[in-house]
Structures are given as C-alpha cells and as structure tokens.
Design a protein around this ligand. Sequence first.
Ligand code: SAM
Length: 277
Amino acid sequence: MNIWFEETHTDGYRVHWRIKETLWYEKTPFQELRVVDMVDFGRALILDDALQTTERDEFIYHEMITHVAMYAHPNPQRVLIIGGGDGGTLREVLKHPEVQHVDMVEIDKRVVEVCKEFLPTIASAFDDPRAHLFFEDGVEYVRKAADRYDVILVDSSDPTGPAVELFGAEFYRNCRAILNQDGIMVAHAESPNFFRDYFKKVWSNMKATFPIHNMYVTVVPTYISDFWSFAIGALSIDPRTGRGDKRQLDGLKYYTEEIHRAAFVLPPYVQRILEEE
Ligand code: SAM
C-alpha cells in the first residue's frame, strides 16, 4: 500500500506523510474531519486538510500550550480552553491538582466525538467531573461570558474557517475582560518563518492587550519545519519563570522547569520580527 496524505503549507512548501489507512472521514457543519493511521506517527486528526495532532508527538504541543501558564500561575483553579476538541490540552490542565473547574468551548461537537472514539489516549479526560464542555463559537462565548478565569488557553486550529476571529483583536480584549487580576492567557502563534504575518498578528494582539507579554517557542515534528510559537499575556505575573514551590507533575514527557525558562530564549531573527512595527 502506498497511500500518502499531502499537506500544503504555502505556495512553495508541501509535506507528504505515508498513511496505512483512513479510519474516519466526514464533512461536519464546520469542516472536513478525517482520522488517519500514519506509518510513522500513529493515528492523526486532520481538519480541512491541515494536520492537527498525532499520537506520537502530541505531547509536545499539549504540554507546552498548557504547563507554561499553569506553572507560572501560583494557584490556577479556574481554566478556560477555547477549541482543543481533541482533548489533549484538557488532559494536561486536569493534571494540576489545584484545578477545580475547566470550561472548554469547542465549536464542532463532532471533533470531540470522533476523537473519543479514535484517539482515546488524547481524548482521555472528558469524563472528569471538573470538565465542562460547551459546543459553541469561542468568540461569542468570551463576548458574553460572566465567569472569571485564572488561565485561558486558546488551542485553536490555524486561522482559517471558524478560527479566523480567534486571531482578532476583539477576541483578545474579551479574554482579558474575563481574567482574574493575576490571570494569564496563551495562544498559539504559528511559525515565525513560514507564517510571519500571523505570528506578528498574534504578537501585536497580545502586546496591545496585556501589560506583560512574551513569546515562547518549541518544536513539534509534525508541524511545519520551524519553531512553533506561543504568545503569552499576563496581567501581573511574569510568566517566564516556572514552578515556584509547585512540584513537577509525574509522567510529563517534555515540560520541565528548565524547558520552561529556555523556551523564552528566542534566536535574534525571531526577536527582530517581534520588534518590527
Ligand atoms: N493543536 C492543533 C493545531 O494547532 O493544529 C489545534 C487543535 S484543536 C483540534 C483545534 C480546534 O479548534 C478544532 O477542533 C476546531 O473545531 C476548534 N475551533 C476552531 N474555531 C473555533 C471557534 N471559533 N470556537 C471554538 N472552537 C474552534
């Protein structure tokens, strides 16, 4: 069998992964949803032909979108996740014993249902009583939310389709408005090399919205071959140092206190992009 899944990143850059088989395909009201079994990366979730997560390397993205803010905050009890339908970010958030309540707002119910069936090691925490799921647009949710949160994690798909407004300035302002006074927000900011415009847009939103704002990076093998970046905004806490007196959680495969601090060290070419007007 010689079946390949092709992902087009830019006009000049495509990636092919060999797959064993397609396990699920459907058109939901929001997007094309596919689960494939890859030769090298295990099962993978694909939305609108964009690879979202794979069994083999999902831990890097999910630990890094989650634990930097969760360890920077001294007592993150209430957490909001926007997107995140595969469940990996929810799984990581719920590892923190001080968490009492997580609201997760995913626009597409089918992503959660299909991930529960085909990606159970990622979608493993939906039954936790602290988890509360809302199937609606995250943009609308933060516009009208009355609740307050300690940490907001924006685990969105790339800025196309229903995710476009999650990269807009108004969304950031509305997130800030529902954070507690020591609140922290994280949003993934794509690749500085290949998606410079989106990288800069997320950065300028974070900069305009939060008095404390930083960018940190990691590398995820199945994302585009570059750093994968996260913008972090805080109202009063410097998020660049990690754990304080909190203990390292058992079983993490990527995040450590040293990785936390190192992730904020940016190469000069990335730093220069952040300084551009
Ligand atoms: N880790 C992934 C990545 O960066 O490739 C993203 C993971 S997660 C699957 C992204 C989720 O965001 C999708 O399930 C999608 O349905 C959801 N989403 C997109 N736009 C949304 C919106 N406006 N409100 C809530 N969820 C949204």
